[in-house]
Design a binder for this molecule. Structure first.
Ligand code: NI
Length: 166
């Protein structure tokens, strides 16, 4: 396994829509493992493949990790099939170091995806997990936190990222 370089906004690859994964083979499994290792090392609670430069519809999430537990969720070709309610959450993103913005999301979702072994599964999630899943699926569609804020906020975000040498 290896830790990959995380792309920082406004890297072009973050704005690209990712392609579905056709076959889950060893190459994909290595990518999934590298993504998990990269997320844990960062540390972060979620990472999409295009954040490490690969435009495939793959994401990893582990919202329990900061508490010391590990419960890795692998999302390959994920789809949200049902959503309800609204929740505002202050979100961060590994591609926007030290930036946090309030985003409005669905409070509860139902998602289908394939796991690391290529098996289909369905998951109901709410609050933080629902927010994390929506955030990562946005990445797969080329949508980032920069798309979730006003023009003025985006300018401030860009300036902050630039000042930090990114
Ligand atoms: Ni993110």
């Amino acid at each position: 396994m290896s830790i990959k370089e995380i792309m920082i906004y406004p890297a072009e690859v973050l704005k690209k829509r990712s392609e579905p994964v056709a076959v889950i083979d060893d190459e994909i499994r290595v990518l999934v493992d590298d993504m998990a290792e990269t997320m844990y090392a960062a540390p972060g609670v979620g990472l999409a493949a295009n954040q490490v430069g690969v435009t495939k519809r793959i994401a990893v999430i582990d919202i329990d990790h900061p508490e010391g537990e590990s419960d890795l969720l692998v999302l390959i070709n994920p789809e949200i099939v049902e959503r309800s309610g609204e929740i505002e959450w202050e979100e961060g993103c590994l591609s926007f170091p030290d930036i946090h913005v309030k985003v409005l999301r669905s409070q509860k979702i139902r998602m289908t995806a394939l796991n690391r072994d290529g098996e289909a599964y369905e998951l109901e999630a709410e609050e933080l997990l629902a927010v994390a899943i929506q955030h990562e699926i946005d990445h797969l569609d080329g949508i980032t936190l920069a798309n979730k804020v006003s023009f003025l906020q985006r300018k401030m975000m860009m300036r902050e990222l630039k000042n930090r040498g990114n």
